[in-house]
Design a protein around this ligand. Structure first.
Ligand code: PGA
Length: 249
């Protein structure tokens, strides 16, 4: 069975609650699609308001991060059960900005992935190499390691529902998109890694996105590749162009 495409907007630290409603209202009619899952990963403070604003639409609610405990003395953090009760379906885990600025490591991300599943949230697990790692020729090894650690203890049934976002760090917010061949090479390697950890059925079911300077012009070529099941979109998710990405065909 063909995998359903998934296009997720990562708003990052943009939009106040009021601005968020304006953006949802602008994008709502542009992201209608029968065959693409659409997700808005909004700042935590906008989750409830955006949740209200997308009622009755095809837009799914997503978060950009969560902690791996249900409650307790973790000042400033948000728990998976809080997200779930607020209507969140997807949660980005291990974005390269969180790895770099907030020192999140693979072991911690594994805990977050397990907790997300425990609370019925679908993780969008990010992986990707730096420019140095690409030049050194170790990018596939690096990404395989990120995946293997993040999926420790995850069952095949859980992994089948997961989303992995391949985001080369050098392509994020730079306007320098990976070529569709470069993106396909890594997404195929990620699928192969999942096949080795689990089996064919899991590898064929899991959805793998490409992220990094995706826009309405390059989405079609990227998403037409056999192992690319959609995209994780930063800058262009804050603009009307997001509608062109969802309707990439
Ligand atoms: P970009 O960001 O689309 O602005 O490159 C992608 C991301 O960081 O998820």
């Amino acid at each position: 069975m063909a995998r359903r495409k998934i296009v997720a907007g990562n708003w990052k630290m943009n939009k106040t609650p009021k601005e968020a409603i304006d953006l949802v209202n602008e994008l709502k009619p542009l992201v209608v699609s029968d065959d693409v899952d659409v997700v808005f990963c909004v700042p935590a403070i906008n989750i409830l308001t955006v949740g209200e604003a997308i009622k009755g639409t095809n837009i799914n609610l997503g978060a950009q991060n969560m902690y791996h405990e249900e409650s307790g003395a973790y000042t400033g953090e948000i728990s998976p059960n809080m997200l779930q009760e607020a209507g969140v379906k997807y949660v980005i885990i291990g974005h390269s900005e969180r790895r770099e600025y907030f020192k999140e490591d693979d072991e911690m991300l594994n805990k977050k992935v397990l907790k997300a599943f425990e609370h019925g949230l679908t993780p969008i697990l990010c992986c990707g190499e730096s420019l140095t790692q690409r030049k050194q020729g170790i990018y596939i090894d690096w990404i395989r390691m990120q995946i293997k650690i993040a999926f420790q203890g995850v069952t095949a049934d859980q992994a089948k529902t997961a989303v992995i976002a391949y985001e080369p760090i050098w392509a994020i917010g730079t306007g320098e998109t990976a070529t569709s061949d470069q993106a396909e090479e890594v997404c195929a390697a990620v699928r192969q890694c999942i096949r080795e950890i689990y089996d064919d059925a899991t590898a064929e079911a899991i959805r793998i996105q490409y992220g990094g300077s995706v826009n309405g012009k390059n989405a079609n070529e990227l998403f037409s590749k056999p192992n690319i099941d959609g995209g994780l979109i930063g800058g262009a998710s804050l603009k009307a162009d997001f509608g062109n990405i969802v309707n990439y065909k």
